[in-house]
Design a protein around this ligand. Sequence first.
Ligand code: HEM
Length: 362
Amino acid sequence: MKASAPLYYGDYLKIRELLELQKPESERVGVEAHDEMLFIVIHQVYELWFKQILHDLNSVLRIFSSERVEDSRVGACVSRLERIHKTQKLLLQQIDVLETMTPMDFLDFRDLLIPASGFQSLQFRQIENLMGLLPEKRLSFGNQSYLARVSPEDRTKLEASEKTPSLFVRLESWLERTPFLSSEGFSFWAEYRRAVETMLEKDRGLILGFKDIDPAFQKQQLDMLERTRGSFQLVLDEKKHAELKGQGAWRLSFPATQAALFIFLYRDYPALQGPYRILQGLIEIDEAWTQWRYRHALMAQRMIGTKIGTGGSSGSDYLQQATERHKIFQDFTKLSTFFIPRAALPKLPEKIAAELSLAYAR
Ligand code: HEM
C-alpha cells in the first residue's frame, strides 16, 4: 500500500462540507425562526440513518437473492436486521428532541416549506419498497400516486426499487425451500391437525364443564371456539388459504406460511434458530415502523392540529391511516394464532429431529 499523509479527522469525515449543509429558508428570506435549524438537523440525521438502513437492507437482499442461502450467511443477515431494528429505535427517540419545538415555533417557518414534505423522502420510500410494501397497498391522497409528488430523477429511482424483488419476496421463496416439512411415512401437517383438534376438544370440554354458566355466554364461547377452529384452515387447507389471499386478508404463499409456522413451533432445534431469528427480526422491524409512524402522526397532530400537511395530505389523519395500512410483515406476526403449547406439539421422527440438530443449507 502506498504511503500517504496521515488522515485528519475533519477531512476523513468531511465535517467542513457536512456543516455547510444547513441552510434555513427563514434566514434566506430574512424571517426570525430560531427552531428551523433543529428542524433541518433532525431531518438530515434521519436521512443519514435511512442511508445506513438501506446499506444493511441491500446487503441482506443480496444474500437472499442467491438460490441457496448458506447457514453461515444467515447469521450475518440476523445481525444486520437487528441493526436495522436498533436504528429504528433511535429514529423513534429523535421525535422527543423535535417535540421541544412548539407548534408556535414551527409556525414561524412552516409556510416557507410548502409544498416540500417528508412525503417526498426518496430513501424512506426506497426502504418501504425494498422491504415489500406493494404499490397497490399504498394509501394515496388527491387520487395521485406517491410518485407524482417527487422529482423525475427520484421517480426513476423509485420505479426501479418497486421492480426490485423485495425482502418479503426473497424471504417467501427462501421459506418455500424449507426442507423437513414432509418425508417418507411422516406428514407433519396431518400430525399438527390432530394436535390442534385435541387442543380444541379440550377447550370445548372446559367450556361445557363450567357449572352455573349463563347459557347465552356458554353459547358465545362455543361459537368463538368454532371460529378459532375455522381460522386454522388458513394453515391446513390450501384452498381456504387461496381464498383468503384472494380477498387480500393474507399475503404469504401457502408453502411459505407453513414453513414459517414450522420454524416458529420447532425453533428450539439448532438448525431452526437462525431462520427463527430472521422471522423474529422481520416482526420487530415491522412493529418499529408502525411505532414510528404512529408517533410521527401524533407529533404532526400536536404541531398542526387538523390542518393539512405541507405536502397537501389531510395531515395527521392521513398519517394515522397509513400506519395501519403500510404494515408489511403482518402475516408473520399473526402466525401466533396457530401456535400450540410445546407439550402438545407433534413429536418429530428421530431422523428429522437428528437432522434439525445439525446445521444445513438450502
Ligand atoms: C414538525 C415536524 C413534522 C410535521 C408537522 C410533519 C408532518 C407530516 C405530514 C402532515 C405528513 C403527510 C404528508 C403531508 O401532507 O405533508 C408527513 C409525511 C411524512 N413525514 Fe413528516 N412531519 C414532521 C417531521 C418529520 C420528520 C423529522 C421526518 C423524518 C424524516 C418526517 C418524515 C416524514 C415521512 C417519511 C412522511 C411520509 C409518511 C407516509 O407517507 O407514510 N417528518 N409529515
